[in-house]
Design a protein around this ligand. Structure first.
Ligand code: PEP
Ligand code: MG
Length: 325
């Protein structure tokens, strides 16, 4: 398998029966963009921009952010790069923003909520992204959206950032697709409305599992409860994929679930065609998806959706797919 994996970057990402899938990379540090390209990623599906705010007492300047975004976009060009607006708060890098201590930070001033509470800092961040859009295929994605109002507010700020960049005579793309992460249960429940108004949807299963099952994602003692195979999670994922199909919007999945081979096959059967994962996992998932036909995966997915517990789903998926892995 080692040789197959090292050669897999040259092969198409597709199922056994030739249905195309897109395998993109999750990136944290800018240097990882090169690794992603070398692993044969179809672009970057999640650039976690909050890492620019690590170990700092104040946010990076617009120019500093722009130079980093531009380098990442140029490294991947012409493949797409999805820049996620900073997901700070919860357990991540709050010191930059002096967020007051919270009793439940995972339910607190995090991600888009923090961004909207600091429009000055957020506009600098958006302008850096807007300027990078002149150098390749840039898309912008919003984390931890819980309601449609947040998407609308960010869209208004994005338009303002574009106007400000143009007014300075700087270049930017005419249209920058603005999508949302579906990682809060309320957004999954209301996903038809998000599919109508957002350019794309991306399932953040790390947080979706945390919030849907009420299990802190950092808790070791509760990790056994945080299963991507929980049928409640599969139902939410199915609803999101369906809404994407109904409204003609791309749906990707960028949680750790995408890089688990059994879960990836199950997701193929649920209708997912666009995965984003740490770059190092791409060759193995590409080889895994090539072993199963969509019809085979769909049959297992239908069985999994009828299960009552995560254990039943795991048994069903393992029994069906393990012989092929
Ligand atoms: C997720 O929640 O699944 C996700 C991809 O985002 P993060 O892990 O950065 O919260
Ligand atoms: Mg998340």
């Amino acid at each position: 398998l080692g040789k197959e994996l090292s050669e897999s970057r040259h092969r198409a990402a597709q199922s056994k029966d030739g249905v195309k899938v897109s395998l993109r990379a999750n990136v944290e540090l800018p240097a990882e963009a090169i690794l992603a390209r070398d692993q044969g990623a179809d672009g970057i599906g999640l650039y976690r921009t909050e890492f620019l705010y690590i170990d700092r007492s104040s946010p990076p300047s617009e120019d500093q952010q722009f130079e980093i975004f531009r380098a990442v976009v140029e490294a991947l060009r012409p493949k797409p790069v999805t820049l996620r607006t900073f997901d700070i708060g919860g357990d991540k890098f709050v010191s930059t923003f002096q967020v007051p201590p919270e009793m439940n930070p995972m339910l607190g001033l995090r991600a888009v909520r923090l961004a909207l509470s600091r429009p000055d800092v957020f506009l600098e961040h958006l302008r850096a992204m807007v300027r990078a859009s002149a150098y390749g295929d840039v898309r912008i994605m919003i984390p931890m959206v819980a309601g449609l109002g947040e998407l609308r507010q960010v869209r208004a700020l994005l338009h303002r950032a574009q106007e400000q960049v143009r007014a300075r005579g700087q270049a930017c793309a005419d249209e920058i697709p603005l999508g949302v992460m579906i990682e809060v249960p309320s957004a999954a429940i209301m996903v038809d409305h998000f599919a109508r108004e957002a350019a794309f949807l991306s399932l953040g299963t790390n947080d979706l599992i945390q919030y849907a099952l009420a299990v802190d994602r950092t808790s070791r003692s509760l990790a056994y409860l945080a299963s991507p195979f929980d049928p409640s999670i599969l139902r939410l994922i199915t609803k999101v994929i369906q809404a994407g199909q109904d409204f003609g919007r791309p749906v990707s999945l960028c949680g750790a679930m995408a890089s688990d081979p059994l879960a990836a096959l199950l997701l193929l059967g649920l209708g997912l065609r666009d995965f984003s994962m740490e770059a190092a996992a791409i060759p193995e998932i590409k080889e895994t998806l090539r072993r199963i036909t969509v019809a085979e995966a769909e049959a297992v997915a239908a069985e999994a959706l009828a299960c009552a517990t995560a254990e039943e789903v795991e048994c069903c998926v393992a029994a069906a797919f393990a012989p092929d892995l």
